[in-house]
Ligand binder design. Structure first.
Ligand code: FMN
Length: 164
């Protein structure tokens, strides 16, 4: 090995029903990203996701999560993926953004998976990151119909941001 350190990405995500996790796993396989799955301390059920969870998402609230802090200082690119709940990022992802450490001056690619109505998810998530000094260089919205095509778009966005 010479002194060349490959550029590295981490992909921080929440997934309630598995779709966002599936995208994350494909990105890991294609880009070598480290996956950081963020989990609410109080797990949602179908009932509480659509009632409590949607209301909390709509209000922009944050859940208590594991891991409690997410140190991204060793990464060149942060990728954040959220399911859409009530046209917003989930309270778990709101908490993940608040839990970031070592993010100063980093670049990010964000994505949202949804049934077809992402609403304000991307603009609000982008604003939260920009407000912390993170530069959001790309955003991809997935619906159920275009998972494969959008996964390819996301992988391209990440590879473009991480030249080897
Ligand atoms: C509580 C809840 C609220 C949702 N709200 C929306 C919504 O506002 N718009 C939309 O298009 N899809 C909505 N969906 C669908 C999810 O965004 C979509 O199925 C997503 O891909 C799920 O990702 P996951 O499997 O990683 O949890 C909602 C799903 C749940 C459980």
């Amino acid at each position: 090995m010479t002194g060349v350190v490959p550029m590295k990405s981490c992909l921080i995500f929440h997934s309630y029903s598995g779709i966002t996790r599936g995208v994350a796993q494909k990105v890991k396989a294609a880009c070598g990203s480290d996956l950081i799955e963020v989990i609410p301390r109080k797990r949602y059920s179908n009932l509480t996701a659509y009632t409590v969870g949607s209301l909390r998402a709509m209000r922009g609230e944050s859940d208590l999560i594991d891991p409690e802090t997410i140190n991204v200082s060793s990464y060149d690119l942060i990728v954040i993926g959220t399911p859409v709940w009530a046209f917003r990022a989930t309270p778990v992802i709101n908490a993940a953004v608040a839990a970031l450490k070592g993010f100063e001056g980093k670049k990010a690619v964000i994505f949202a998976t949804c049934g077809g109505s992402p609403g304000e998810t991307i603009p609000i998530l982008k604003k939260a990151l920009t407000g912390k000094g993170v530069t959001v260089i790309d955003a991809v919205v997935f619906t159920r119909k275009d998972l494969d095509a959008k996964t390819a778009d996301l992988i391209t966005a990440i590879k473009t941001a991480l030249p080897t």
